[in-house]
Design a protein around this ligand. Sequence first.
Ligand code: SF4
Length: 329
Amino acid sequence: MREKDGKNRILRVENLVKYFPIRAGVFKRIVAWVKAVDGVSFDVYEGETLGLVGESGCGKTTVGMTILRLYEPMGGKVYFRDIDMFSAKGERLRKLRQKVQIIFQDPYSSLNPRMRVKNIIAEGIRTHKLASGSELTDRVADLLKKVGLSPDHMNRFPHEFSGGQRQRIGIARALAVNPELIICDEAVSALDVSIQAQILNLLKDLQSEFKLTYIFISHALNVIKHISDKVAVMYLGKIVELADKKKLFDNPLHPYTKALMSAIPIPDPEVRREKIILKGDVPSPINPPSGCRFHTRCPFAKDICKEEEPDLIEIEEGHFVACHFAEKF
Ligand code: SF4
C-alpha cells in the first residue's frame, strides 16, 4: 500500500472506462456508444475528501457508480487498499461492498417509502451480520443520534421527514456498516442552501469522528470548495485538472477550470472578476471532439488541440493538467 505525506492510499482508479450502448432497430443492434467515462485515473488517500466536479453529463456520477460496480466497467482497474475491486467475487466482494458505501443525490427516491427508518438503517447491518436483536436496535438509535435525529424517529416512514432529515437517514444508512470510504453523489444538490451547509458540516464532523474518506461528486464548485481537500475537474468523460484544493482555486491552469471558477460569485462588491463565457454547448459524449475534447469551446485553442489529445501531466508538485499550453497560462 503506497503512502503519501504519511497517509495510506485507500483507493486507486486506473484508466477507468465506461461506455453505454445506444440500441436501435427491431433487433436492438448497438448503433453508437455514449462515452461517459473515458480513461479516468486518480488516487485517494485515507481521511481525505476528493471532490469530483464538472457540468452535468461530464461523467462524474458514472465514475462513482462504476467504482462501486453499480455499472459494470468496460475497462481499467480500481483497487481498494490494493484489492482489485473488479475481479473480487463472493465473500471478498461482499466485504468490499461493506467498506465502500454511497450516499445518493435524491433523499426522496433513495429511501424505500414502505420501510420504516429502523429497517432502512438496519438492512446493511443485517446483511453483513454486524448485530442483531437489541444490539441492532441500540445501534440504529445511536446512528440516528450521530446524524442529528432522534431515536424516536426509528419507527416512522420516510415521507414523515423533510429533505434534509431524509438525507441524514441516508447518511446513517451508509454509516451503519462501518465503511471506510463513502462516495457522496451530489449528496446536497437537492437541498435548500441553508440545509446544504448543515449536511456538509455533519459530513465533516462524521469524517473526523469515524476517520472516513470521501469522494464527493458535485456540479457546484462552492460546495466542492467547502468540503474537499483535493479536486478533480472533469470534462466530457476525462479529468482535465487535478490538484490540492488551494492550488486549484488559487491558480487554476486549465482553461475549462478557469471558466468554471470565473462563474463563482465573489461576495465582496469591491472585487471584480472577468467572467469567461464559453462558446457553444458541451458536445455530445457519443461523438466527442478529436484531440483535446475542450477545443470546440476553448478560447485558447490552436491547431494542435484538434489533432493531439493532451495527457494529464504534473505541471507542479501535485498539480496535474491536461492541456498542451498549461505551462504558458
Ligand atoms: Fe484549450 Fe488546447 Fe489546452 Fe485544450 S489543449 S484546453 S483546446 S489550449
